[in-house]
Design a binder for this molecule. Structure first.
Ligand code: PMP
Length: 363
């Protein structure tokens, strides 16, 4: 079945596929947004049109995730990477934080945290190349840790925590690659951050959901752009925000709401991931999943083939079928199928059928 506008099935890890209906709406409003006489890219971030856009985006995200009133929602810049620096700068208050290292991204968080101040790694999955996850409830955390940091979904290794942590500690969480892909209990986290460019919209905006109690930890007379308190006081408009990205995120939130919200998108995401994992398991002599079964990601499916030559042939033949962006990250090798919210279910079925054929031919 051909895709609208002759598009490929885009398995990229982010930036990645956006919903076609959202792209169509953006196209239709591009030159003159809702009769304003200008595009969203051209309007003042201090004007009433953009104020409405940012307020709608925030309101929809709050509704989708059930974000309690005690949390601020910020749309910042600098990607999730800057949050790895901003979080310790604001929240350490001279103390030290614990880090759970489950893959490439939480390792970076730990390394960046170490540059700022006290940082302790309380678990590291390196020995088995980050294919399994610990039980967060039974790790030993430092008494008096400023916070515990973990990453819900490791985009490169394809491991994902299922369910919210039930910790007494202050939990800071990188949710970059699975935010709004399933329901979460926000009250289990003190702070959640995520770059927009996987499940929410185009690159540019970084969402920070932070409990207002944490804002008191920011040192006095702090760097304004790195100051959560100042950003919160200014409602994400301290300086010029990533206007276009915020606008599209708002449309994507609406798209998820119209589908039935996070439980509905979770059900679809589970079916999508299952189609591919089933193809891996049904041909387990040929494909080998990277993640342990209980740690498998619903967002990034990682698996290997028997050789690099076969992996290259797989990627090439897949591309000819418009299955694009499947080559795995060099640190894991093999194949990575990133299947975020907007990735069509049909594409997972096409990939699964191709995997079966490819294994039969080359196995
Ligand atoms: N954390 C995770 C889990 C990621 O997947 C990524 C990007 N792939 C990052 C952090 C870094 O995000 P950014 O490029 O927005 O800084």
């Amino acid at each position: 079945m051909s895709q609208p506008y002759d598009r490929v099935f885009n398995f990229s890890a982010g930036p990645c596929t956006l919903p076609v209906s959202v792209l169509e709406e953006v196209r239709d409003d591009l030159l003159n947004w809702k009769g304003s006489g200008m595009s969203v890219m051209e309007m003042s971030h201090r004007g009433k049109h953009f104020e409405g856009i940012v307020a709608a985006a925030e309101a929809r995200l709050r509704a989708l995730m059930g974000i309690p009133n005690a949390y601020k929602v910020l749309f910042l810049q600098g990607g999730a990477s800057l949050q790895n620096t901003m979080a310790p700068m604001n929240l350490l208050a001279g103390g030290s934080a614990d880090y759970v290292v489950t893959g490439a991204w939480s390792k970076k968080s730990f390394e960046m945290g170490s540059l700022v101040g006290g940082a302790k790694c309380v678990w590291d999955g390196k020995a088995n190349n980050y294919s399994s996850l610990p039980d967060l409830g039974s790790l030993e955390y430092s008494a008096g840790a400023a916070y515990v940091h973990f990453t819900t979904n490791e985009t490169i290794h394809g491991v994902q925590f299922h369910g919210d942590p039930k910790l007494r500690a202050t939990v800071v969480c990188d949710m970059s690659s699975d935010i709004v892909s399933r329901p979460v209990d926000v009250s289990r986290y003190a702070m959640i951050y995520a770059g927009a460019q996987k499940n929410m919209g185009p690159a540019g905006a970084t969402v920070v959901i932070i409990h207002e109690d944490l804002l008191a930890r920011t040192p006095e007379k702090f760097h304004p752009m790195l100051d959560y308190r100042l950003q919160a006081e200014n409602g994400s408009l301290y300086n010029t925000p990533p206007c276009f990205s915020i606008y599209v995120c708002g449309l994507v939130y609406k798209w998820i709401q119209d589908l039935g919200g996070l439980s509905a998108i979770q059900a679809i995401n589970e079916r999508k991931a299952k189609a591919i994992y089933d193809a891996v398991d049904a041909n387990s002599g040929f494909y080998q999943a990277h993640a342990q079964p209980e740690a498998r990601s619903q967002m990034n499916v990682t698996f290997r083939l028997p050789s690099d030559e076969l992996t290259d042939a797989f990627v090439k033949e897949a591309k000819a079928l418009k299955l694009d962006g499947l080559k795995g990250h060099r640190s894991v090798g093999g194949i990575r199928a990133s299947i975020y919210n907007a990735f069509p279910e049909e594409g997972c079925k096409v990939l699964a059928a191709f995997m079966k054929e490819f294994a039969a031919k080359n196995g």
